[in-house]
Design a protein around this ligand. Structure first.
Ligand code: HEC
Length: 205
């Protein structure tokens, strides 16, 4: 009788351990969803480029899509929703809000091809200038620590062109974005960031 009980105990412990391991194995996302799967929708979002008949244009647009994904443009420039950027229905339509101490609040712009609220009426040069130097056509500048144009300024002319070609292919989404508020941009070259309330770029007292 004792032996049977002992064996029963062993069986119960083994089953419990196996059950626990199975539980760990099946709780998403660790095993069911691979890390790269999480970000997959970002890379596959956007217009269907296979419909472009001109092979050069298609190649450029595909390159542009690749660069927009890697440049994380779609992260910041897609309208935020409760589950992150709404890449399904508001891909690149803008509306992400960022506040920087000493600079004000900025809202990412609409990069879709819409004429009135997107970049539809911008010239190629206007777009390239923003990516090279953060200078907008209206004379304002985009803070480099908000949008990483200092990194983008290293793009080759060909890559800049590819990004422009791609952005022109995006579906137009009507989404008006307010311009930066209270942008007290005293020194556009200063790198100011709110590091736990300490402004390292502020002049010494
Ligand atoms: C970390 C966030 C972030 C990333 C990444 C980012 N942007 Fe921006 N971008 C912004 C914000 C915020 C603004 C609005 C700044 C303002 O109002 O002056 C902006 C503005 C712009 C503007 C418009 C400037 C204007 O005057 O209206 C363009 C064009 C632009 N971004 C293109 C891009 C492209 C293309 C990429 C990817 C290569 C990109 N951005 C990546 C945050 C970002």
């Amino acid at each position: 009788m004792k032996r049977i009980l002992a064996w029963l105990g062993v069986v119960v412990v083994v089953l419990a351990a196996a059950g626990f391991v199975a539980f760990l194995y099946f709780i998403p996302p660790f095993t069911l969803v691979k890390p790269e799967e999480f970000s997959r929708p970002m890379g596959t979002a956007g217009p269907d480029l296979t419909k472009i008949s001109d092979p050069t244009e298609r190649m450029l647009a595909e390159r542009g899509h690749y660069l927009v994904t890697l440049g994380s443009c779609s992260d910041c420039h897609s309208t935020p929703g409760p589950q992150g950027p709404r890449i399904g229905d508001m891909y690149l339509a803008g509306g992400f809000k960022a506040t920087r101490k000493g600079h004000g609040t900025y809202v990412s712009s609409n990069l879709t091809s819409d004429q009135a609220t997107g970049i539809g009426s911008w010239t190629d040069e206007d777009l390239k200038r923003v990516l090279r130097s953060g200078q907008s056509p209206d004379g304002t500048s985009v803070p480099g620590h908000l949008m990483p144009w200092p990194a983008y300024s290293h793009l080759t002319d060909e890559d800049l062109h590819a990004i422009v070609v791609y952005l022109r292919r995006t579906a137009p989404i009507v989404h008006a974005i307010p311009k930066a508020t209270e942008a007290s941009f005293t020194d556009p070259t200063a790198y100011e960031e709110d590091y736990a309330g300490v402004d390292y770029a502020a002049p010494p007292k």
